[in-house]
Design a binder for this molecule. Structure first.
Ligand code: ATP
Ligand code: MG
Ligand code: MG
Ligand code: MG
Length: 571
């Protein structure tokens, strides 16, 4: 590629809405351009990275025996009604009507469509197992789109769906995909961790998430250094994680009157003096019983920073929420007092009381009026049973649930998710096949997602410095940039640059030559910002004694390399 015929568009400053480093650097490097909230154009430089990510994913999926196809973005509502997800998905599912008034979903994933394909195409056990995948545009009307490609509304996902004759087969297919994911993330050159996870709105019986390790990650991962125990902290009840740990005890000196909350108990629970002024109080119900989910009750106190910290560490179930200010709470839940509706995909949240109170007594009265009371260590109303194993409350150094060491916590960005679905979809959609005995049986499914566009953000969060992005070579927009000093002024420089360019191209190296005629300072700053892993400077001075200057993106200084050896050196 010649830079003069490509599109390089860099910025000195990132736009003010870019909060985290990957978003800032992608904007500055001209990789993406914002069109609307959570909606971006992939600019030529960014698209090259996306294509490389896709190519690696495609190769490993094919190697694992998955078969590529392409399913529609716009999908008839009827299919979504068959599985109940038309209602269950809530506002995250983008819905449109056609000119006849018929309803459609813009796909957030494609379980319904693939199950429809398979129930009509697959008749016999002889055709199973089979695994179909596609790399396709998704739309999720995220409550809080942010961080550029990290949490977009329109984004690209690779989603695969396996169909098996029985549970053992499904588990084999799942393991194949799990292994393929390990291979994929290794090829990206990223530091990652697979953790046990919650199935969320997709449903089914078991799942693992793949996380790129980064401090800015939205998820907290808890893992044991002495064993392979690793889980997303939000996966409090993921299969295999249950029951080993009791909820942290909240010793109370006074026994609360059943059905009635006493302000002393609340104050003690929260570690607050009785006279504490509380700005306002919100009671929320998380994961309500509707839809068969477990019921957890959360209490959020809006107020000063200190108060939130106290609350977050003392109230069961609140470990995952830490807020510095009232604005942050409102933003995180995208809500206003009195809002009633779902948060995220699986967690209906109800604000049942919101009032500004002068002291704990007023708050407790307010909660009582709203029909809430305090029992044991739980806040709530009609609590079915206590949460047995709540990873959300563990701290570094706690014993691992498997008893094999102590727990550590790190943050991660969810870049992939594999699920065992069982018959969650095949049952609703009657996807059957004739088994060995000629009897109809339900197909056992698995589904497997990778956030293609999110990978870009995650890779940068893990690989950057004060000059810009440092792409791992496997997904860099270009592997090598040639920076000639005076391409348009020196015949010698032009000749040697063109010669090296041709040699590298012939060797299959993805090389760009910067023939824009920019000053060296501008050239270097641009390619450092864009994050090309290898740079070669071609100048008259060096050429006179037969050498070029090589500098790796992470190197502190350039190394002279003999002209004749450069093509070999880069490879
Ligand atoms: P999250 O917890 O971040 O909302 P999810 O669990 O809802 O993600 P899945 O349904 O598991 O996402 O989808 C598979 C993959 O798609 C995720 O692991 C993630 O990499 C990617 N993904 C999900 N939502 C987004 C988004 N809004 N923008 C970009 N990528 C996304
Ligand atoms: Mg989500
Ligand atoms: Mg998730
Ligand atoms: Mg997920």
């Amino acid at each position: 590629m010649r830079a003069s015929r490509f599109f390089v568009s860099t910025l000195k400053e990132a736009p003010s809405d870019a909060e985290i480093v990957s978003h800032k650097l992608m904007m500055r490097a001209g990789m993406i351009k914002r069109l609307g909230s959570g909606i971006y154009s992939y600019m030529p430089m960014g698209l090259r990275v996306i294509r490389k990510v896709e190519a690696i994913v495609r190769e490993e999926m094919n190697r694992a025996g998955a078969i590529e196809m392409l399913m529609p973005v716009v999908q008839p509502a009827e299919l979504w009604q068959e599985t109940g997800r038309w209602d269950k998905m809530g506002p995250e599912l983008m819905r449109v009507k056609d000119r006849h008034g018929r309803d459609y979903a813009i796909q957030p994933t494609s379980e319904e469509v693939i199950t429809d394909v398979v129930r009509t195409e697959i008749k016999s056990y002889r055709q199973l197992p089979v695994n179909f995948y596609h790399i396709q545009t998704k739309f999720r009307d995220e409550r809080r789109p942010r961080f550029g490609l990290m949490r977009g509304r329109e984004f690209t996902m690779k989603d695969a769906y396996s169909f098996d004759r029985d549970v053992e087969g499904m588990q084999r297919s799942y393991q194949l995909m799990y292994d393929a994911y390990v291979a994929i993330f290794n090829r990206f050159g990223l530091q990652f961790r697979a953790v046990a996870a919650d199935n969320g709105a997709i449903g089914g019986s078991g799942s693992h998430e793949f996380h790129v390790i980064a401090d800015t990650g939205e998820d907290a991962l808890v893992y044991c250094s002495g064993s392979d125990f690793a889980a997303n902290m939000e996966a409090a009840e993921a299969p295999g994680l249950l029951a080993q740990r009791q909820p942290p005890s909240q010793p109370l000196t006074k026994t609360p009157t059943p059905g009635k909350t006493r302000c002393e108990d609340v104050a003690e629970l929260l570690g607050l003096p009785l006279s504490q002024t509380v700005k306002s109080v919100v009671l929320m119900a998380d994961a309500a019983e509707e839809g068969g989910e477990k019921q957890l009750w959360l209490l959020l106190l809006r107020g000063d920073h200190e108060l939130n910290e106290v609350k977050a560490s003392k109230v069961p179930g609140l470990g995952q929420f830490r807020f510095a200010s009232e604005t942050e709470i409102v933003e995180a839940f995208g809500t206003t007092p009195g809002y009633l509706g779902p948060i995220g995909t699986a967690r209906p949240v109800k604000i049942v009381a919101d009032r500004t109170v002068a002291n704990m007594n007023d708050f407790v009265c307010g909660a009582n009026e709203a029909g809430f009371h305090y029992t044991g260590a739980n806040w709530g109303r009609d609590i079915p049973e206590p949460v047995v194993c709540d990873l959300r409350n563990v701290v570094e150094g706690d014993a691992s649930p498997d008893g094999k060491g102590v727990l550590a916590i790190q943050r991660g960005i969810e870049v992939g998710h594999v699920f065992q679905l069982g018959t969650r979809y095949s049952a609703d959609m009657k996807a059957t096949f004739l088994d060995v005995n000629g009897k109809p049986a339900l197909m056992q499914m698995g589904c497997y997602g990778i956030g293609i566009t999110r990978i870009l953000g995650a890779a940068i969060e893990q690989n950057f410095d004060d000059k810009g992005i440092v792409w791992p070579a496997s997904i860099a927009p270009f592997e090598v940039v040639l920076c000639p000093m005076g391409y348009d002024r020196s015949a010698m420089v032009k000749e040697e640059t063109d010669r090296l360019y041709a040699a590298l191209q012939a060797a299959g190296v993805d090389v760009i030559v910067d023939d824009r005629g920019e000053r060296p300072g501008v050239m270097f700053a641009d390619w450092e910002l864009i994050g090309v892993p290898h740079r070669v400077v071609i100048g008259e001075r060096g050429l006179k004694d037969g050498s070029l200057e090589y500098q790796g993106r992470r190197d502190a200084a350039a190394t002279p390399v003999a002209l004749a050896d450069m093509a070999e050196f880069i490879r």
